[in-house]
Design a protein around this ligand. Structure first.
Ligand SMILES: *Cc1c(COP(=O)(O)O)cnc(C)c1O
Length: 451
């Protein structure tokens, strides 16, 4: 019998995360304080993060222990299975071998609890009572709500208003796990009120919701902020995916030639690829590809420079490929991955040519998702489907060139709470929209000039 799932026993859950900062040829430039434009110190961050996470943010130690309490909760769904996509290979008629790691098995349905669990743990240990955070479509909010309930923390979620109104199911999931969910922009924070005064119909954005959550955390002593992507410690926690995959590839007697992940902020891509990039940095022949939408083309068309993490300019400036922090994604875009920039770690590695990037329009992405669902069964998240489009293109290229390559991608989450986007695709409502150059230029012209 052909092997379809490569599974590991619970005791094989990695006991340490891998920190790529120990091995990168160039470290990212330091975050800058939004007021002084000087590098931020630990004290600047301690108003909104616990010290354990601040230490991880700047650590260059290669291996970092995963606390037992975190391992205990990871074991609810980890190790996640590695699948060989025999049926997709057959449907494409490709000589390529296709593997995927399935992160949809977590209680929240995506990879995000890999970091929300440790973040909740470290905050609880530091005596924090409440977490304020933002969410777009609701995956991060769900992961944080779940983690809050498991560690006895209150969770307040600022959810982008369009999603709050159009996507009730994740909001209901968050409320089921005990979180309080607000439609952002709200009148609860100064940054929300300012935006509503100027534009009462503002549909919200991830950047605005981040401003609200950061303000909430900074103005309450018992409250911290938590971010679901972008920061170094988030990508660190996600390496549990790639570390498991390495063991699974060893069991399968195989090793990837190409690793593909969708890229919004970069956490699932970093998580799946960093343990393998360790080998690439040490001479292994291997490609890593980030896949993004043409409507939010951060790596492929953004500029590598300092920008804020949020719309209001409350967060430190990070060195990123950015479209400008006041970037507002087009309303017709259904595929997620709408953040205006990417993780500094991903950006530095892309800048140093250790990672490549491609961008696709959403109709091609949904078409790929349907090819996948019809052969492998799982209906993938629209975000994940960007990676699947790139996988299919790579597999077809192998067929055209008559080459057998091993392609590996991260199936970052399932799409069962995103079926409205599929309905829009089925009824022909989705259009491809390449973000206009002039808009990118305008937005970048408003950035502070540094150095
Ligand atoms: C949040 C999310 C993403 C995008 O975030 P990254 O930080 O780029 O990983 C991708 N896929 C799923 C399923 C998500 O929930």
């Amino acid at each position: 019998m052909k092997e379809t799932k490569i599974v590991l026993p619970d005791k094989e859950i990695p006991k340490q995360w891998y920190n790529i900062m120990a091995d990168m040829p160039n470290l990212p430039k330091p975050p800058l304080h939004p007021g002084t434009l000087k590098p931020v110190g630990p004290q600047d961050l301690s108003a909104i993060f616990p010290m354990a996470l601040i230490e991880q943010e700047v650590s260059t130690q290669r291996w970092i222990d995963i606390p037992d309490e975190v391992l205990d909760i990871y074991s609810l769904w980890r190790p996640s299975p590695l699948y060989r996509a025999h049926r997709l290979e057959k449907a494409l008629g490709t000589p390529a071998k296709i593997y995927y790691k399935y992160e949809g098995v977590s209680p929240a349905g995506s990879h995000k609890p890999n970091t929300s669990i440790p973040q909740a743990y470290y905050n609880k240990k530091a005596g924090i009572k409440r977490i304020a955070t933002e969410t777009g479509a609701g995956q991060w909010g769900s992961a944080m709500a779940l983690s809050g309930s498991l560690f006895g923390l209150e969770v307040t979620v600022y959810m982008v208003k369009v999603s709050y109104n159009q996507k009730p199911y994740r909001r209901i999931a968050m409320e089921t796990w005990g979180a309080t969910v607000h439609a952002s922009p709200t009148s609860v924070t100064n940054s929300g009120r300012k935006i509503l005064e100027a534009d009462p119909e503002n549909p919200g954005s991830l950047g605005i919701a981040i401003s609200e959550a950061v303000e909430d955390a900074a103005t309450h002593n018992d409250t911290n902020y938590a971010l679901g992507s972008v920061l170094n410690h988030v990508l660190l926690h996600q390496t549990v995916i790639g570390l498991e995959a390495k063991k699974q590839f060893e069991l399968a007697g195989d090793y990837p030639d190409v690793i593909i992940g969708c890229c919004g902020g970069g956490s699932n891509l970093g998580g799946v690829s960093f343990p393998f990039l360790h080998d690439k940095i040490n001479g292994k022949d291997l490609r890593v590809i980030a896949v993004e939408p043409i409507s939010c083309p951060t790596l492929t068309r953004g500029q590598f420079r300092y920008d804020f993490g949020d719309t209001a300019g409350l967060t430190p400036l990070l060195m990123m490929y950015t479209l400008g922090h006041d970037f507002v994604p087009p309303g017709i875009h259904a595929g997620g991955l709408r953040y205006h920039a990417d993780a500094p770690l991903i950006c530095q590695l892309y800048h140093d040519k250790l990672i490549e990037a491609v961008a696709y329009g959403q109709t091609a992405v949904f078409e790929a998702a349907i090819t996948f669902a019809k052969s492998e069964g799982i209906i993938p998240a629209p975000e994940t489907s960007h990676a699947i489009k790139a996988v299919i293109d790579e597999a077809v290229r192998c067929k055209d060139e008559g080459r057998q390559r091993t392609i590996f991608f991260n199936l970052s989450g399932h799409g069962y709470l995103d079926l409205t986007a599929y309905a829009d695709y089925h009824s022909g409502k989705l259009e491809d929209y390449a973000y206009p150059d002039e808009r990118i230029k305008e937005s970048l012209a408003r950035l502070p000039v540094i150095g």
